[in-house]
Design a protein around this ligand. Sequence first.
Ligand code: UDP
Length: 318
Amino acid sequence: MSTYIITGAAGFIGSNLCHELSNQGHTLWAIDNLLTGNRDNLADLLDSSRFHFIQADICDPKTFNALPKNVDGIFHLASPASPVQYANYPMETLMVNSQGTKHVLVFAEETDVKRVVFTSTSEVYGDPLEHPQKETYWGNVNSFGPRSCYDEAKRFAEALCYTFIHKHGIDVKIARLFNTYGPNMERNDGRVISNFIVQSLAKIPITIHGDGQQTRSFCFVTDTVNALIAIMETTSTELIFNIGNPNEQSIRDIALLVQKMTNTTSTIVHKPAVEDDPRRRKPDITRARHELSWQPTITIAKGLEKTILYFTQKFYTR
Ligand code: UDP
């Protein structure tokens, strides 16, 4: 069994990762400043003797004094991650990915952590001119716009990882996560799938931004978590992995599917498109398939069913 640190542990993906690692029997040191994370997501782990929760900010170097010095790996997920969240907290997003990431990497170097897995994002590809996106694509990113606090902060963090790998000799791997959904998404985090489900269950209009022809490729969170663990454990020499589900769909099709699956009376309404909204996004996961023997297994229908059930049970039944 291993000991891991997870930053951003109370967030959507972090909390799902904590549950899976805990089920596997590992000892976990979970950090979150609860800016966008939610302690409730970890409620059933808090009493475990193998689970240690620290409410703290990784931008503060003192946070690291509370951590053990002999961990096997760090999963570094801390950051606001939905467009609504990082629009609300642009400075925090910039700082956690730059200063916070530097602190994580310095700690890893000083304490000889075996590996750091950093969660980057498909947003490093911006509004992509290459489709589907391979890890080798450099991206088409606006450095001065509403998404740049996230996109450019993640790109800066990747550059930090590169520097620590090549100048400091530490083992860092990067997961570029594409759109992910599932239980523990916040109902108000503003991402499209949680919005559509919450709107459908509340029987209020389903809001499509723009014409709805823009596409995304949605990966269910348990598939994403399995990929992160595979990256922590792999012997592959590759450094960057696209992690997502290549099943590309239009936002309008997602709206229609959620509308049907929730059997709602909600109608679909169109709102203005958001600025700098990528038109298409689809991962090329050839590398993850070959190097990690990983691929998504949960279909959109199955994943939506589980996510709708989560929101129904959490917010619409007593
Ligand atoms: N979107 C939408 N309605 C919503 C929220 C989002 O039509 O209520 C659109 C958004 O404009 C984008 C896509 O859905 O084209 C995915 O948005 P999300 O915020 O989930 O993630 P992104 O991939 O943009 O980071």
